[in-house]
Structures are given as structure tokens and as C-alpha cells.
Design a protein around this ligand. Structure first.
Ligand SMILES: Cc1cc2nc3c(=O)[nH]c(=O)nc-3n(C[C@H](O)[C@H](O)[C@H](O)COP(=O)(O)OP(=O)(O)OC[C@H]3O[C@@H](n4cnc5c(N)ncnc54)[C@H](O)[C@@H]3O)c2cc1C
Length: 485
């Protein structure tokens, strides 16, 4: 028997843990998942994800089933109290460079169920519910994870090569590795009210509306099916229990709904905040998702960021499990993800300021003037922070487009290895699957990138590029040796 119970232990089976477990299981590694609760959380939180995240869902093989439970999101408008559009962020129904529509709406419990169902396909994955982790020993060559069965109070432990805390905003693992949080400065209480309409109501907006106001900022979300959400900022002197009383909520909602139009599925108060953990990894222990960063939801990017963490970390951990413990590879996780998530959080905070009427319309450098004087925003696309590859390489850290090659997206041609793409057929083959003819389809992309060859990582980001036609073999050797040493 192996001296390890599992290659990887994941603590927490929310969306981050669920995606990470799938990505690691795909690498034919064993995964033990410890989850405190007895079932998946059955109420909505996240309602939006983007094309890059859909690309990750496609990688783990859940889009066929899950797509049916989503709708395409039309975008977001920020309006003032006189209903003037201050800022428009349209998400047109056009396939993006990620191979999907720009943005989708969904019901978080549907996603969590789909992720769990997919995990059931892997023999080497075990899910332990009612299992609360209370200690981890971080050893040189392994980690020991101690947990308690919350029903029987029995203690147990597992030995593994790596542990990832996907244990949410109040992360115990973050505390255990002594990581403080860097407070980015946004903190505000908001009530979140989820309703289910009794019948179609076509006069409600078909996109997200951000109602900017210094008195009562609010958000309306057009969610899937008959689900709709309103989020309302609280003032410091608001009594939370009083605020959440149905009579008060219906009074607020009366601008859009009559009481007989809908039932309230859930009402709760969240403190929306912005913070990033200072340490994401210590020895054999990592944190990901809300454990590593917190964001207000105005861009719908909190969960998306956690799923990007999972995509970044999974192939690095898989490499270390299969080959050797490579500190350089593992350390690149925090530095690459930190900068990327920080840009999303900063833009979100700017949106929060605009919502509260204390900020500027220029929430990001993608905001442009329209001819009629109003402002329009396009989606931000932050690069990875410094890590693997050279920061001097202008293409490094950009996401590689998911091109349509002969009716197949390029993602379907490569699995979980590095991919070399050259303009000419090259002797060194990091992948075997593309034929010469298909290489030619990629020439145009390489032309756009100003490159003769590029290497794409398993998470679909560009690792390195070269414009030197005659030095491709050297380029590959140099890139690969720089990856691990
Ligand atoms: C109102 C609202 C709206 C949002 N809207 C969006 C949106 O539209 N789009 C978006 O991308 N994001 C959104 N988010 C953010 C999103 O919901 C979170 O980022 C996401 O749920 C975090 O996922 P996670 O897996 O990292 O953590 P969680 O979902 O919190 O999961 C953590 C898991 O760890 C388990 N756990 C904790 N401690 C232990 C322990 N010691 N032992 C064992 N198990 C443990 C918990 O039981 C839980 O199941 C929104 C958030 C809110 C509050």
C-alpha cells in the first residue's frame, strides 16, 4: 500500500474545491475531499461567471449538462437616480476568444451538484462529508491532515503529498499557515434578497442594473429561470433584523414587484469586503478561492477568481506529484494569481464607489466615451502576475485563444500538457495531436502575437513566445529548463 492515503487532500467542497478536485482527478491522481457540511449548500450566492471559467468547465467535461442550466448574460448598466445611464457594460452574444459567450448566469447549487456528479466518475476520488479539519502537519515530504467526524466526534487523519484549503472566507487553513489578509479598503453591509417570480414578468430588466445612489445603492440581477435578486446597501444606523423584515423588503421591492408577484426564497445580510491573503502557500499547504481572496460581488468575479486559482494550481501540483517537488513551480502560483485577482478586485471596488456615488465613472482603463457622451466599458483581461516565463516576453501571461479549428475548439486537441505551437512544423513536438494542416490555422494567431512559436500551459495561458524563426529548438529547451530550475 502507498505510504500516502491520497496524492492531494482538498479541504472544502464549494466551487473552488469542486473544480480543483476535478482537474486533479483528470490527471489520474488520487484526491481526498474533506467537507464539514453533510450536503452541498442549497441556496444561491454566485449568479454569474465568464467565458474563461466556461472554458475551465469544458476542460473538466461538465458543459454538456451544465449549459442547459445557464442563460447568456446581456450585461450591466450603472444608472443614476433619474434613470440616466452613467456607464454601460454590454456583454454581446458573440463568441469570444475563449470560445464561449462572454458571460453567463447560473444558480450556484446547480453548479455544485454538477461538479460533485462529475467527481463520481473518478475511482480515485473520495468525498468525506461531515468531516471538519482542525489541524495539519506540514512536513518536508508530506502533510498530515487531522479531521473530526461532526456526527460521531471520531478523530482521524490522512497523509498526502499536498493539501489545498478551499475552505472559504473564514479559512482555517489560511490561519494555520499564519497568513494575514491585506485589506484593500472596501467594506459595506448589503442585504441580499433572492426571489422566485410566480409568473413571467417581462417588464423587469433583462440585465444587471446597478442603481447608483449616495442614499441607497442597490443592484438588480436577472438570474436563471424565474429567479431574480436585489442587493441593497445598508446604512450604518440600519438595524439588520428590522431591515430584513418582510414588510420592509416588500416596501423596497414595490418599485418593481407586488407582493403577489413573487416569493422571497432567501434574505440575508453580507459584509462585502475586499482583501487578499498575504501568504497562499507554505511547504505542502496551499489556499485557494475565498480562502485566498475576498471581493464584493459587483463584477460577479469572486467565484471565478477561485476557479482560476484551481486551474493555475492544479497542473503545478500534478507535475509535483508525478515528477518531483518543484518549489519554483509551486511558488509561481501566488505571484501569478495575486496580480490577476487584485485587478479584478480593484475594478470591483471602483464599481462599488460609483454605486455609492463617491467614485468616478472611469472604473477601469477599458471605459471609453460613446458618441452621445455616455460611457461604455469593455471587459478587463488582466494578465498573470510575474511567475513562470519571462516578464520581458510581451505575450507571456496572456490567455491563449480557444480557436475554432475545423469545427473543434483548440482546447479539445490538447489535454493537460504543455503545447508548442509553431508556424512551421517543428522537430520538437510537445504535442502529437495537431497535424501539419492544422498548424497552419494557427499561423494567423501567431502573426497577431508577432511570434514564430509559443508555448501554452495546461491552464491555457501563454508561457513563452519567440520571434526567432531559426531558434525554435533552443527556445523550447530554454523555456522548459527555466520552468523547473
Ligand atoms: C451575495 C453574493 C453574490 C455573489 N455573486 C457572485 C457572482 O455572481 N459570481 C462570482 O464569481 N462570485 C460571486 N460571489 C462569490 C462566490 O459566492 C464565492 O467566491 C464562492 O462561493 C467561493 O467559493 P469557495 O469554494 O472558495 O468557498 P465556499 O463556497 O465558501 O466553500 C468553502 C467550503 O469549505 C467548507 N469548510 C470550511 N471550513 C472547513 C473545515 N475546517 N473543514 C472542512 N470543510 C470546511 C465549507 O463548509 C464550504 O463548503 C458572490 C458572493 C456573494 C456573497
Amino acid at each position: 500500500m502507498s505510504k500516502f492515503n491520497y496524492d492531494v487532500i482538498i479541504i472544502g467542497l464549494g466551487p473552488t474545491g469542486g473544480v480543483l478536485a476535478n482537474l486533479i482527478a483528470m490527471q489520474n491522481l488520487s484526491v481526498g475531499i474533506l467537507e464539514r457540511e453533510s450536503n452541498a449548500y442549497n441556496l444561491p450566492r454566485a449568479v454569474h461567471f465568464d467565458d474563461e471559467v466556461m472554458r475551465i468547465f469544458e476542460t473538466i467535461g461538465i458543459t454538456d449538462k451544465f449549459l442547459k442550466k445557464t442563460i447568456i448574460n446581456k450585461g450591466t448598466r450603472f444608472i443614476d437616480q433619474k434613470n440616466n445611464i452613467l456607464l454601460d457594460w454590454p456583454r454581446p452574444k458573440i463568441i469570444t476568444e475563449n470560445g464561449w459567450y462572454p458571460s453567463y448566469r447560473f444558480h450556484q447549487p446547480d453548479l455544485e451538484k454538477t461538479l460533485r456528479a462529475r467527481l463520481a466518475n473518478y475511482k480515485k476520488v473520495s468525498i468525506f462529508q461531515n468531516s471538519e479539519v482542525y489541524n495539519i502537519l506540514n512536513k518536508k515530504n508530506h502533510a498530515k491532515v487531522f479531521f473530526k467526524n461532526t456526527l460521531t466526534n471520531e478523530d482521524n487523519f490522512f497523509k498526502c503529498k499536498y493539501v489545498v484549503g478551499c475552505d472559504g472566507g473564514k479559512s482555517f487553513v489560511r490561519e494555520l499557515i499564519n497568513s494575514g489578509m491585506e485589506d484593500l479598503g472596501f467594506q459595506q453591509k448589503w442585504a441580499v434578497i433572492d426571489v422566485i417570480l410566480n409568473a413571467k414578468k417581462l417588464d423587469l430588466p433583462d440585465r444587471t442594473i446597478q442603481y447608483c445612489s449616495s442614499i441607497r445603492p442597490a443592484t438588480y440581477c436577472r438570474n436563471v429561470g424565474r429567479r431574480r435578486r436585489w442587493e441593497i446597501a445598508l446604512k450604518n444606523n440600519n438595524d439588520e433584523n428590522e431591515f430584513l423584515k418582510n414588510k420592509n423588503l416588500w416596501k423596497f421591492l414595490s418599485r418593481w414587484l407586488k407582493k403577489e408577484d413573487a416569493i422571497i426564497e432567501r434574505k440575508t445580510i453580507y459584509t462585502f469586503q475586499s482583501a487578499i491573503a498575504k501568504t497562499w502557500c507554505k511547504g505542502r499547504i496551499f489556499i485557494a478561492g475565498d480562502a485566498a481572496h475576498l471581493s464584493p460581488p459587483f463584477m460577479g468575479q469572486g467565484m471565478c477568481a477561485g476557479i482560476r486559482d484551481a486551474s493555475n494550481l492544479s497542473w503545478k501540483i500534478a507535475f509535483c506529484c508525478k515528477k518531483f517537488h518543484c518549489v519554483k513551480l509551486l511558488n509561481s502560483y501566488q505571484s501569478e494569481r495575486y496580480q490577476n485577482v487584485k485587478e479584478y478586485i480593484s475594478t470591483t471596488m471602483n464599481m462599488g464607489k460609483l454605486l455609492n456615488e463617491i467614485g468616478d465613472i472611469n472604473v477601469s482603463d477599458t471605459v471609453k466615451n460613446k458618441k452621445d457622451g455616455s460611457k461604455i466599458m469593455s471587459t478587463i483581461k488582466p494578465k498573470l502576475g510575474p511567475g513562470l516565463g519571462s516578464v520581458k516576453d510581451k505575450n507571456r501571461g496572456k490567455i491563449f485563444p480557444n480557436l475554432n479549428l475545423k469545427n473543434n475548439l483548440i482546447d479539445s486537441y490538447f489535454d493537460l500538457d504543455l503545447l508548442l505551437i509553431t508556424k512551421e512544423i517543428c522537430k520538437i513536438n510537445l504535442i502529437q495531436k495537431l497535424s501539419g494542416e492544422e498548424f497552419i490555422f494557427l499561423k494567423e494567431v501567431l502573426n497577431k502575437l508577432g511570434s514564430e512559436a509559443i508555448i501554452v500551459r495546461p491552464d491555457r495561458y501563454i508561457l513563452s513566445s519567440t520571434s526567432n524563426k531559426n531558434g525554435i529548438e533552443d527556445f523550447v529547451i530554454k523555456t522548459l529548463s527555466g520552468l523547473y530550475n
